[in-house]
Write a protein that binds this ligand. Structure first.
Ligand code: NAP
Length: 289
């Protein structure tokens, strides 16, 4: 048996098309396109690539893309002042401060300064609280995208056993909250978890968000499980080139799982699509007053 490959690229394209339709409707009703502004501090090449692709996707969806690229030695006070300006700007519906920030900045303080209604990354403590309470808010984009893929594969997941590996504020914790809200029975595993293989073996749904290439072994997977691989790890090849692999041993898992996301082409494309969806949601809420 070979798992069904979950096509994140196709699902993301469909979501982006839905967002573009929603944007056109908002423009028709309110005469204004949603605006997403991304702030990048420093010159981390990977972050610069992400910011570039976010800007392109924003424009393709018919939204207005704003971008600030600040030098690495920008003071935290200057960044907070920019966030305050963007909070007050009526043309800005979504604000995303690209992480990680340089070490001299306190990212918690910066995230907390963003207006929760414009926090399209869903990381503000108010949005975290809304998510954990099962109330409507802005949800972090990567777990949101994973949830769409899980629901498309499995439909109703009430009562399913889910194991989330990783407990970051960006992926693991919000993922666990989303699965709990959908009535799955959720185990959150992390670096101190004993017998990870035993937990994974029980799971109907496995979400791996660790950052260690191939750490989830194929033989751990329960036959027929839905495996969502969030990991993006760049591996050097002997010929000097690099390639991307996930946190799951794909070749080992594909023969046991029922559904599996490839890396690349699984979760990755969903993240930007969900960012656009969050921006439209924020703009619609603001337009409705
Ligand atoms: P992170 O903040 O580094 O968190 C990693 C988590 O993995 C931590 O909770 C850590 O546990 C846990 N962990 C580490 N070693 C472990 C082990 N041996 N067994 C079990 N758990 C272990 O990373 P992140 O931001 O959540 O990202 C995780 C991965 O997803 C990375 O590869 C990242 O590049 C990728 N990612 C992809 C997207 C996308 O769009 N596809 C978006 C975001 C992230 P402790 O808490 O105990 O340290």
């Amino acid at each position: 048996m070979s798992a069904v490959l979950i096509d994140g690229k196709a699902r993301a394209a469909a979501l982006r098309a839905e967002v573009a339709t929603g944007v056109a409707a908002l423009v028709a009703a309110h005469g204004r396109a949603p605006g997403l502004t991304v702030v990048l501090v420093g010159d981390d090449p990977a972050s610069a690539v992400y910011v570039g692709s976010k800007g392109k996707a924003t424009r393709e969806a018919g939204m207005i893309s704003g971008e600030y690229r600040l030098p690495a030695d920008t003071s935290e006070a200057d960044l907070l002042a920019l966030v305050a300006t963007l909070n007050a700007d009526p043309a800005v519906d979504g604000i995303l401060v690209q992480m990680p920030l340089p070490k001299h900045m306190d990212s918690d303080r910066v995230i907390a300064a963003i207006d929760p209604a414009k926090d399209v990354d869903g990381l503000h403590p108010i949005n975290t609280g809304l998510l954990v309470s099962g109330r409507d808010g802005l949800v972090p984009c990567t777990p949101s995208g994973c949830m769409l893929l899980i629901k498309e594969a499995l439909g109703n997941i009430a009562g399913a056993e889910a194991v989330v590996i990783g407990r970051s504020i960006l992926v693991g914790k919000p993922m666990a909250a989303l699965l709990t809200n959908a009535s799955a029975t959720v185990t959150v595993a992390h670096s101190r978890t004993r017998d990870l293989a035993g937990h994974v073996a029980r799971a109907d749904i496995v979400v791996a968000a660790v950052g260690i290439p191939g750490m989830v072994k194929g033989e751990w997977i329960k036959p027929g499980a839905c495996v969502i691989d969030v990991g993006i790890n760049r591996i050097a090849l002997p010929d000097g080139k690099t390639h991307l692999v996930g946190d799951v041993d794909f070749d080992g898992a594909v023969g046991r799982a029922g559904w599996i996301t490839p890396v690349p082409g699984g979760v990755g494309p969903m993240t930007i699509a969900c960012l656009l969806a969050n921006t439209l949601k924020a703009a619609s809420a603001r337009a409705a007053g």
